[in-house]
Design a protein around this ligand. Structure first.
Ligand code: GDP
Ligand code: MG
Length: 584
């Protein structure tokens, strides 16, 4: 396939507007997957994607499509075959880095908009991502089968917000199949073919990489110039290392060896890379020994939320370490460093792109790698400035030491620019600058509930602003629990301290002795509760009694202990840590 007969496009949209379903239909239409065969949202392969019904990883699939063209001279229809690379992308704001990466391999995008809901917050964010990357945008108004569909209204919105000519919009239903036959012809006619020079030495952009038990590191690449064949030697512009190409092919949609990839194609390559650390996303791979200009790559990810991840059972540190290493091979956007907590033992400090990303990471650790984890209260990265003008970024509240002798002179916190759309009678589009801390905890759920589910929300990171911050400790029987320390706004400290203490009282079970639970700022206690001692133990009920009953009770007690953490002399159930995440 010469570049003239290749088209690379992604499908972008707000969550739930039908990207993955549309991708299914296009794969069926081209015979890439069997109709009615397998599950819906074919490209959503991860268990977490299926359970939550969301796309987390961008997925590429290659399709072949015959397109009739009228040649101007003979008016005889010619039907050359085209190679189309479709990239389905996530819609949620946490995963927009996946979208921007995908767009780097594309010349066009289908901007899908729900015919009833109209333009939503992520529609706007994704439109601008595509627009700034100079992609040809094909608006697709989907779900026209719905009774409340109002395509004309959506056309007017597209015109008003993005200056898109209403005549350009395609009307489809990925459910009934209506209008779908126009989609691929529009892709071929309106999206330019990939640029690049076929005769130059091979040069490609590394889009994504993951680790496969059997095949080793698999890299997804977009060939910018030249061709790559099995047996070729390629080098990394980032590390200078050289590798042999063991296998190369396309995602059709499963890995399908082709022996070669040409200019403009998107596909996979397997080399002798041993870990995904060698496969740096955004890197340029090129013909060995040739001197080439590195491609622009991607802007580095910025971690918005940090949290400690610890094994639920202290002895499982090695297993957790292994699981995290494997999972980060498939999700390179998580940052990981070792940390130690006096309360929780050895664990990791992980940086995420948002709270949903964090949730998904935990769920994948449990489901795909069988790891049971305790995670600590998420925090945003704060910056503290000292009297001697030094600055330190704090990703773990426990690491903020107040008695280093150095005086803190200023605190800075990250902010975001939030876009909120309320499609009420008078469609309102609101823009705010908010502290990042305020939106990571439950903001979206609250917004949804006060607008009966109608409001949508998106944000982009913005600058740091000066802020009045304090470190709040939680003490159990007078001992600070490092894993429960938080950094919060001074004015919210009282309220949050109260909530934390109340929550903990609910979740910590009574034990053989009295437990005091306190929230404190420095040496000042701002909230306090006491959990009185338990009078009887579990065995008291069957004193001298039936031995099997006794065994059962002990077994049950052990079960309950499994996910406990002993802090000093106090057992804290995992749920307590979990509940703390939700306090704002
Ligand atoms: P994504 O988040 O954009 O990938 O959206 P999905 O493809 O996962 O679809 C979200 C929901 O909308 C699913 O329940 C689909 O079955 C449904 N859906 C998708 N396209 C249509 C359509 O054309 N009409 C109707 N009525 N429902 C659709
Ligand atoms: Mg999807």
């Amino acid at each position: 396939y010469p570049p003239e007969r290749i088209r690379n496009f992604s499908i972008i949209a707000h969550v739930d507007h039908g990207k993955s379903t549309l991708a299914d239909r296009l794969l069926e239409l081209t015979g890439t997957i069997q109709k009615g065969h397998g599950q819906p949202q074919y490209l959503d392969k991860l268990q977490v994607e299926r359970e939550r019904g969301i796309t987390v990883k961008a997925q590429t699939a290659t399709m072949f499509y015959k397109h009739a063209v009228e040649t101007s001279e003979s008016h005889v229809a010619d039907t050359p075959s085209y190679l189309l690379n479709l990239i389905d992308t996530p819609g949620h704001v946490d995963f927009s880095y996946e979208v921007s990466r995908s767009l780097a391999a594309c010349q066009g995008a289908l901007l899908v908009v729900d015919a009833a809901q109209g333009v939503q917050a992520q529609t706007i964010a994704n439109f601008y991502l595509a627009f700034e990357s100079n992609l040809s945008i094909i608006p697709v108004i989907n779900k026209i089968d719905q009774p409340t569909a109002d395509p004309d209204n959506v056309k007017a919105q597209l015109k008003r917000l993005f200056d898109i000519d209403p005549s350009e919009a395609l009307l489809t239903s990925a459910k009934t199949g209506q209008g779908l036959s126009q989609v691929l012809p529009a892709v071929i006619e309106r999206i330019p073919c990939p640029p690049g020079s076929c005769d130059s030495p091979v040069r490609m952009l590394l889009l994504d990489s993951y680790y496969d038990e059997y095949k080793g590191v698999i890299c997804h690449v977009a060939i910018v110039d030249g061709a790559m064949r099995k047996g070729d030697k390629i080098s990394s512009a980032a590390t200078g290392r050289t590798y042999e190409v063991f296998d190369v092919g396309i995602m059709h949609p499963e890995l399908t060896p082709t022996g070669v990839l040409y200019t403009g194609q998107v596909g996979y390559v397997i080399t002798g890379m041993r870990s995904t650390k060698e496969a740096r996303i955004g890197d340029t791979l090129h013909q060995a020994k040739s001197v080439v200009e590195a491609l622009p790559g991607f802007k580095p990810v910025r971690h918005m939320v940090f949290s400690g991840v610890y094994p639920a059972d202290g002895s499982d540190f090695e297993a957790l370490s292994h699981a995290i290493e494997k999972l980060t091979c498939n999700d390179a956007s998580v940052s990981v460093s070792k940390e130690t907590s006096t309360a929780l033992g050895m664990g990791f400090r992980c940086g995420f792109l948002g709270l949903l990303h964090m949730d998904v990471f935990h769920q994948r650790l449990e489901q795909e790698y069988g790891a049971q984890v305790i995670s600590t209260i998420p925090t945003v990265p704060y910056i503290f400035e000292y009297g001697d003008d030094s600055k330190v970024q704090i990703e773990n509240p426990a690491a903020l030491s107040l008695n280093t002798g150095k005086r803190i002179t200023a605190c800075w916190e990250p902010t975001v620019i939030a876009t909120i759309i309320i499609p009420s009678e008078h469609r309102a589009l609101l823009k705010y600058r908010l502290p990042l801390r305020e939106i990571i905890v439950d903001f979206y759920n609250e917004l949804k509930s006060i607008t009966s589910g109608y409001a949508t929300f998106d944000y982009e990171d913005s600058e740091y602003q000066k802020s009045d911050l304090v470190k709040m400790d939680i003490l159990l029987n007078g001992q600070p629990v490092d894993a429960m320390a938080t950094i919060i706004h001074n004015q919210k400290a009282q309220k949050v301290g109260r909530e934390l203490v109340d929550k903990l009282k609910k979740f910590i079970e009574r034990q053989m002795f009295e437990i005091t639970i306190q929230a404190a700022i420095g040496s000042k206690v701002i909230a306090r509760e006491t959990l009185s001692a338990m009078r009887k133990n579990v065995l008291a009920k069957c004193y001298g009694g039936d031995i099997t009953r006794k065994k059962k009770l002990l077994e049950k007690q052990k079960e309950g202990k499994k996910r406990m953490k002993r802090v000093g002399s106090v057992d804290i159930p995992q749920e307590a840590f979990h509940e703390l995440l939700k306090v704002s």
